[in-house]
Design a binder for this molecule. Structure first.
Ligand SMILES: *[C@@H]1O[C@H](CO)[C@@H](O)[C@H](O)[C@H]1NC(C)=O
Length: 449
C-alpha cells in the first residue's frame, strides 16, 4: 500500500477512547501438579503467583486443604479435583457429595475463590468401567449438592484425554468411541448444555508432532492442513484437535456445548538431542498458545469462541516417572525461577503496580516487515479501544518521520502498553519485538509504564 494511502487510513482510524487495561481479560491458567519433593510451601507459591505473575487461574489435581487455604484472598480462581475412586459413591446417595463439599469446599469458600470442581481426571480413558458408568449421574449429584448448599457459583465438570476420540484426522471426522458415544457422551454433553458448563479436554500437540509438523504444532508459519469435507484450512494443531472434539460433539447434536482446555503444554528438556524439545520450543508453544486462546479468534469450526486454558504445568516435577521430558513440563523451577520467559511475569515488581526503575519495555516493529503487514498492524491497533494514535497523525509529535515503520512502531507500542505487557501482547504475527531501549526521539515520546 502506498504511504500516502497508509497515512490517510491511519488518520481515519485513529479514534481516541479512554484507556482500559486488557490485563483483566487475559486468561492465564496453570496446572499446579505436585509430584515433587522440592516444591516451596503452598503459601509461598500462592503469594508468588499473585504478586509476581499474571496467572489468574490455578487447577489442582486434588483437593489438598493446605493448598486451597493458601489461595485465600488471592483472587486467583481455583479448580479442585475429586479423586476418580469416589465417583461410584457420588452417584449413590446425595449425602455423599454433600458431605464431601462440606469438608473440602465450605471451610475455604469464599475466601478461596473456588470456581470449578472436577469430578475425576480422564475417567473415560481409564479401564474402570464402574467409574465410567457412574460418571454422569455423579456429576448431576455433585451439581445438586452445591445447589443445596447455595454454592451456585461453583461449577462441576470432568476433563478428558483425547483418547476419547477414535477418529480425529481430519477434524471433520472426529468421533467418540462407539457405544460410549450414545451411552456416555450424549448424556454427558447434555449435562454440560443444561448446566452451562464446559466439556473439558486435554489436547497435546506435543504428542503428535514430527519433523514435518513441528511448525504446525508450534503455531508457526506453515503451509496448513486442508480438511476437504469442511473446506477449512488449519494452520495449527491445537485448532485441529479442538475441532475434532467439536465435530465429535456435533455429531451427537451438541455442537453448541462450550469446550475448555484442562491441560496442554510443552516440555523444556528431553533426552540429549531430542528434536523439538528445548526451553525455546516450550516457550514458543506456550506463548503462542496463550496468545491464540486469548485472541478470541476461536478455531475454523468454532469461530470467535474463547477457550479457558490451563497450561501443564506450573512446576517441573522431579518425582514424575518416565522419560526426562516428563519431569520438565514446568513454567517454573522448584526455586520459583522461570524455566524460560513465557511472558507471564509482572515486570512491575511486587504486584503493587509500580515498576522498578530501569525495567521499562517497549514494543516496536521488526526491520524488514512488509508495508502491508505494517499497515495492517496500524489499522488494527488504532481501531482498538483504549489505544491513542493521535501522535502519529499529521501534526502529531510522532508524525515525522512519515514512514510506515515509524508509525507502526509507535502504534504497536501504544497497544502493548495498554495491555498486561505480556510478551504475547507484542507479537503481531511475528512482526514486532520487545526492546528495553527507549525508542523516543526529539519531541516524540513513546509510552512506557
Ligand atoms: C473469582 O474468579 C472469577 C473467575 O476468574 C472472577 O470472575 C471473580 O472476580 C473472582 N472473585 C473474587 C472474589 O476474586
Amino acid at each position: 500500500m502506498p504511504t500516502s494511502m497508509a497515512i490517510a487510513s491511519t488518520l481515519f482510524l485513529c479514534i481516541y477512547v479512554s484507556v482500559f487495561n486488557l490485563a483483566h481479560s487475559a486468561f492465564v491458567g496453570v496446572n499446579y501438579g505436585t509430584l515433587a519433593n522440592n516444591l516451596p510451601p503452598p503459601s509461598v507459591v500462592a503469594n508468588f503467583l499473585k504478586t509476581k505473575t499474571y496467572v489468574n487461574h490455578v487447577k489442582l489435581f486434588d483437593a489438598n486443604p493446605d493448598v486451597i487455604r493458601a489461595f485465600a484472598n488471592t483472587q486467583i480462581s481455583l479448580v479442585i479435583t475429586v479423586p476418580n475412586g469416589l465417583i461410584p459413591s457420588f452417584a449413590g446417595a446425595q449425602s455423599v457429595s454433600v458431605d464431601w463439599v462440606k469438608s473440602n469446599v465450605v471451610p475455604f469458600y469464599p475466601s478461596t475463590n473456588i470456581t470449578l470442581i472436577l469430578l475425576g481426571n480422564e475417567v473415560m480413558y481409564n479401564k474402570d468401567k464402574n467409574q465410567i458408568a457412574h460418571l454422569v449421574p455423579a456429576l448431576w449429584k455433585l451439581n445438586s449438592a452445591l445447589k443445596s448448599l447455595k454454592l451456585t457459583h461453583i461449577r462441576v465438570s470432568t476433563p478428558h484425554s483425547l483418547g476419547i476420540l477414535v477418529a480425529s484426522n481430519p477434524p471433520s471426522t472426529g468421533r467418540f468411541r462407539r457405544v460410549y458415544d450414545r451411552v456416555i457422551f450424549a448424556p454427558l454433553l447434555d449435562y454440560h448444555r443444561k448446566t452451562k458448563t464446559a466439556f473439558i479436554v486435554n489436547p497435546y500437540p506435543y504428542f503428535g508432532y514430527s519433523h514435518s509438523t513441528i511448525d504446525f504444532a508450534m503455531f508457526k508459519k506453515n503451509a496448513g492442513v486442508h480438511d476437504a469435507r469442511t473446506g477449512k484450512t488449519y494452520t495449527n494443531m491445537f485448532d485441529y484437535l479442538m475441532d475434532a472434539v467439536h465435530s465429535a460433539a456435533k455429531r451427537l447434536g451438541y455442537g453448541d456445548v462450550e469446550i475448555a482446555v484442562g491441560e496442554t503444554g510443552w516440555p523444556s528438556k528431553g533426552k540429549p538431542g531430542q528434536f523439538g524439545v528445548s526451553s525455546e520450543d516450550a516457550r514458543t508453544y506456550n506463548t503462542n498458545l496463550l496468545k491464540h486462546v486469548n485472541s478470541g479468534k476461536g478455531t475454523p469450526l468454532m469461530p470467535n469462541r474463547n477457550f479457558d486454558t490451563y497450561i501443564f504445568a506450573l512446576f517441573n516435577e522431579n518425582l514424575k516417572p518416565g522419560p526426562i521430558a516428563e519431569r520438565n513440563w514446568g513454567l517454573f523451577n522448584a526455586d520459583l525461577t522461570p524455566v524460560y520467559d513465557a511472558g507471564i511475569m509482572r515486570t512491575g515488581g511486587g504486584g503493587t503496580g509500580t515498576r522498578a526503575h530501569g525495567e521499562s519495555k517497549w514494543c516496536v516493529a521488526k526491520l524488514g516487515i512488509s508495508a502491508t503487514a505494517l499497515q495492517a498492524n496500524i489499522d488494527y491497533v488504532c481501531s482498538t479501544t483504549g489505544v491513542d494514535c493521535r501522535a502519529i497523525q499529521m501534526g502529531g509529535a510522532c508524525f515525522q518521520p512519515n514512514t510506515l515503520q515509524s508509525h507502526a512502531s509507535y502504534a504497536m507500542n501504544a497497544y502493548y502498553q495498554s495491555t498486561a505487557r505480556n510478551d504475547f501482547n507484542c507479537d503481531f504475527s511475528n512482526s514486532a519485538v520487545i526492546t528495553t531501549t527507549d525508542p523516543s526521539y526529539n519531541g516524540c515520546r513513546y509510552q512506557a509504564s
